[in-house]
Design a protein around this ligand. Sequence first.
Ligand SMILES: *Cc1c(COP(=O)(O)O)cnc(C)c1O
Length: 434
Amino acid sequence: MTEEDEQAVGRVLRSGRFTSASSGEREIAGLEREWARHVGTGHCVAVSNGTAALSVALGAVGVGAGDEVVVPALSFIGSAIAPLHLMAVPVFADIDPVTFNLDPAAFEAAITPRTKAVVVVHLHGLPADLDRITAIAARHGIAVVEDAAQAHGARYRGRAVGSIGAANTFSLNVSKNLATCGEGGLITTDDADVATRATMLRQFGELIPADGDRSYVAHLLGWNCKPNAVQAAFTRSRLTRFPAEAAVREENVGRLLGRLASCPGFLVPEVPRDRTHAWHILRFRVDPAAFDLADAFAGPLRAVVQRALRAEGVPAAPYQLQPLPAQRVFTERRGFGGGHPGDVRSLPGVVDRPYRAEDYPATLRVLDDSFTLQKAHLHPEAGPLLDRYADAFEKVWEHRDALAAVAATTAHTPHWERASRIADAEWSAAFPGR
Ligand SMILES: *Cc1c(COP(=O)(O)O)cnc(C)c1O
């Protein structure tokens, strides 16, 4: 945090105008204008967080009760619960094991006459295969919603992510590349009607003027997910440094990945030539063949490599323990009915398909044979730290024979089995006997 960040926040605190409903408030509109310019869209609508941004974006493009929304099986839970908040049905599709993004063929196979939208996640910061996905979506009359929560600033064939779908979303959560001092979200679109609808959905279905009196007329069903002016001012201040920080990150990460070329047992993230990577998360797969191990040992090998790297001070960790459809909210349908005003399955024509982890083999394989680096590399001054990480990767690779021997003889528990045990234990502790 810089002096300018503090001054920006102080300015809002002294102004007494704290939300987008405060007459005369200027920071939120300022952030919306600047982010729209950054992404290259005609409009931007700020909301309270990235998950709300997705629900609002899906609602603004017309997704409603009983519609199906295709979502990749590997993402953060926010990508998958946003459709449910609209009583729409998430239908999962497997990923491409190289890009970790939605596999266009799996997307097409998941389409039914009820499919209304697809949530295209640019996972870890790498743009998904947008040309193929938008072509399939256009053929079937499906709205594309980009979930760019992890990909601020990434470009696909010369265009910024967030400028290609019908309505697209970003998160400003503290954990993201462009962060605020808490929670925030942004929606970008070129469609003025979609922007107006998104604005109404964030504020009780009302049209609240920037200056002047609020009418309190609710024109349509909305939420309350208005943005906060303190958070907008903080992000505006950070946005002035964002392009320079992204360039330094590109250089730092490039040097780390370049050094790993001498360790062929670690498969580094690939960036197709037609796109750039925002480098939010670095995911490394292990190649059992390079360790003289059969394919079946990919999971145990990853676990052993991860332990060795951690012993060397590299914070190697999983990102997601299970495919999204294996989450209890889906397998047990918790919140679909009962606690929810309606059970989506009771809507006419809705097909109640099972949510089964085994239907997403590429996601399972990647979860088992890869680990990630998160957060530490994001700081522009992380260069020297990443050089030390590269030293550690090289040391681990030098000891590959010893590690392979351990991997070949150690019992292995995949992340999703552990996640399942954690889920049961947490639930029974919170609700004994149920
Ligand atoms: C973080 C994230 C979200 C949700 O953003 P929040 O601001 O935390 O609600 C959605 N999708 C993806 C891919 C994310 O990484």
